[in-house]
Design a protein around this ligand. Structure first.
Ligand code: PLP
Length: 411
């Protein structure tokens, strides 16, 4: 019996088989196929637009399918443990197309209240305000809250775990049972964990979405998204929406970058986690920090759930700095190894102030309800040398202490 190949092997080779990537030369990595259209074998061909088979090397037009994107989609499906994958021009487009594939006017959606702010805005400002879909946002850290919000017209349950920026978890297997009971599609945004640390399809989710901009590409040089599912009907609808309804797909060059980035996903994720664990422990030991949010810490309220449903805790953490927003700004401005920037998941360490950057579009009351204070700082820990990262954070604390000492001397 053939042995299942390991995650590491799939990450390096799946989808890129010499002589099967649309090249006669036997390239070991997929060429970047820039063609927008492909020559028909002849007018009397059996090939129709509906039943072209990319697996058999059949391509018609690049919005529908493209050899480089097809190679990438094969790899994404294998890594998430799914049958079907589709790559989009952004994570936002992937999530939008998925939601559009599941609901119509009059339907109801149950969503985590702690979603990525852009996804929440999409559900509120596009699906609710323009498409006549009602959305209930619930605290999904409690499965009972999801259950209570379900209705007979609920068609989609949309979750994210861990969340951004407070790293809250929801119980994927338990919510899958609730969604099943109501015959609703259950989707999980797996961007923060990556399939190396968490595979929601194995836990009962129907569909998984990614902002590939983050860990999957891993080098902060491509914006993209992906959706993976085992559900044939949903895949057909998704493909229809991708190719005909929305018409959104990842470009060949970005598909190539992602194929390349994915090769090192396992080793990058291991390093991200190693550094993040050390940074979280360092911060937890500082008196200037009142709280650290990282699922790998025993102090995380859902540490046990994280151990159960994840294979690792990832590279993102947040912490609450003692003081006010000026102290937080002073801290951030003193850093040189951590770049002040939104986004996460690249090999370089990034840091940001959610209240003034990623979550600034939320109303202050919404931020407060989600635990996003003015001094909450989010860190995407990169793979640089740990000593450099810790020394940099130390200099941030020093800058805040210097200012406090100066202010005290002035009084
Ligand atoms: N999902 C999560 C968890 C994110 O953090 C982001 C972006 O930050 C998105 C989705 C949106 O992805 P993109 O920026 O690729 O559209």
């Amino acid at each position: 019996m053939a042995r299942d190949r390991t995650f590491e092997t799939l990450a390096v080779t799946e989808g890129e088989h010499p002589f099967e990537t649309g090249s006669e030369a036997g390239d070991v990595t997929s060429p970047i196929h820039l063609a927008s259209t492909y020559a028909f074998p002849g007018l009397d061909t059996e090939m129709s637009l509906e039943d072209v088979d990319p697996d058999a090397g059949e391509f018609v037009y690049s919005r529908l399918s493209n050899p480089t994107r097809h190679a990438l989609e094969s790899r994404l499906a294998a890594l998430e443990g799914g049958e079907h994958a589709m790559a989009f021009s952004s994570g936002t487009a992937a999530i939008f197309t998925t939601a559009l594939s599941c609901v119509e006017p009059g339907d109801h959606v149950v969503a985590f209240d702690d979603l990525y702010a852009g996804t929440r805005r999409m559900l509120e400002d596009v699906f609710e305000a323009r498409l006549g879909v009602e959305v209930s946002f619930v605290d999904a850290t409690e499965t009972a809250a999801v259950e209570d919000a379900m209705r007979s017209e609920t068609e989609l349950v949309w979750m994210e775990t861990p969340t951004n920026p407070t790293l809250a978890l929801c119980d994927v297997a338990a919510i899958a049972e609730v969604a099943d009971e109501y015959d609703a599609t259950f989707g999980v945004d797996n961007t923060f964990a990556s399939p190396y640390f968490q595979r929601p399809l194995e836990l009962g989710a129907d569909v998984v979405a990614h902002s590939t901009t983050k860990y999957l590409n891993g080098h902060s040089d491509s914006v993209g998204g992906a959706v993976v599912t085992n559900d044939d009907d949903l895949a057909e609808e998704l493909r229809f929406q991708q190719q005909v309804g929305v018409g959104d797909m990842l470009a060949p060059f970005d598909s190539y970058l992602l194929l390349r980035g994915l090769k090192t996903l396992p080793m990058r994720m291991r390093e991200h986690e190693r550094n993040a664990t050390a940074v979280a422990e360092f911060l937890e030991g500082r008196e200037e920090v009142s709280r650290v949010y990282y699922p790998g810490l025993e102090s995380h309220p859902q540490h046990d759930l994280a151990r159960e449903q994840m294979d690792g805790f990832g590279g993102i953490l947040s912490f609450e700095l003692e003081g006010d927003i000026d102290d937080a700004k002073r801290f951030l401005e003193a850093l040189s190894e951590f770049t002040l920037a939104v986004s996460v998941g690249g090999v370089e360490s990034l840091i940001e102030l959610p209240a003034g950057m990623t979550h600034e579009p939320l109303a202050p009351e919404q931020r407060a309800a989600l635990g996003i204070s003015d001094t909450l700082i989010r860190v995407s820990v990169g793979v640089e040398g740990l000593e450099d990262l810790l020394a940099d954070l130390e200099s941030g604390f020093d800058a805040v202490a210097r200012q406090a000492a100066n202010a005290a001397a002035d009084d």
